[in-house]
Design a protein around this ligand. Structure first.
Ligand code: SF4
Length: 230
């Protein structure tokens, strides 16, 4: 698989370049795929920054790349995700879609206030003690899809911003990129949303998988599992 350099240590740089999509689009922050390959091997970036690698068509390439990065100890051999608050072990971490600030949440608001794309909302997810601030990405038949943008800086009284306080919301779904093992459609998983202020393990049912991108619904904060910590 790898070229052997002057010493005994395998040189994976050429293979890593070969496995990248080769579009040289610059979306990952590097002008060309070969620059991204070098940055990967120096731990300056992560595979998730190339959005094409998250697509099903590049799944085999991504798996081989992950194997190389694990072998080179650039990513951990076996990842264990444990919620800080509850000590439960999660199956995966849900990271943002490429270029986005948090994974997406789908909310059922209990308000008659008119909500529009671009609005910032303040709300508390049902079952969670933390006040959230989020930006609305879309509205569809009463359901809103949001990015989380707070709370810390949003609670600063000096900060200049406007928001709509819509009270309680039920969280219906999440969409993001899997860090960890990709689950199957229909599987119930325990997951940590990467942006979760409490780092509390959630549960949900996988309703769509496309490469590393997944959609989870039936979200619950009640997770029935023994804690890892004593
Ligand atoms: S985003 Fe992917 S395809 Fe585009 S330059 Fe970066 S590595 Fe290459």
């Amino acid at each position: 698989m790898a070229n052997i350099g002057n010493g005994d240590k395998p040189d994976y740089s050429i293979r890593v370049k070969e496995l990248l999509p080769g579009f040289n689009c610059g979306i990952c922050g590097y002008a060309r795929c070969d620059e991204f390959a070098s940055a990967l091997l120096k731990k300056w970036t992560q595979l998730e920054k190339c959005r094409f690698l998250m697509q099903e068509i590049f799944e085999e390439n991504r798996e081989e790349l992950e194997g190389i990065l694990r072998h080179e100890k650039i990513i951990p051999e076996e990842e264990k995700f444990v919620g800080l608050l509850d000590g439960y072990q999660a199956d995966l971490i849900l990271k943002p879609l490429p270029g986005e600030e948090s994974c997406r949440e789908v909310l059922y608001p209990f308000t008659n206030t008119e909500l529009n794309k671009g609005d910032i909302i303040k709300y508390r997810p049902l079952g969670c003690p933390i006040i959230h601030f989020a930006r609305i990405l879309s509205e569809d038949n009463g359901l809103i899809t949001v990015h989380i943008v707070g709370p810390c800086h949003r609670l600063d009284e000096e900060a200049e911003f406007e928001y709509l306080d819509i009270g309680l919301c039920m969280v219906g779904g999440f969409e993001g990129v899997v860090q960890g093992k990709i689950p199957d459609v229909g599987e119930t998983v325990r997951f940590l949303p990467g942006h979760c202020m409490m780092q509390k393990v959630h549960s949900g049912v996988v309703v769509q998988v496309e490469g590393r991108k997944i959609i989870l619904e039936g979200i619950d904060l009640k997770v029935w599992a023994p804690p890892i910590k004593g």
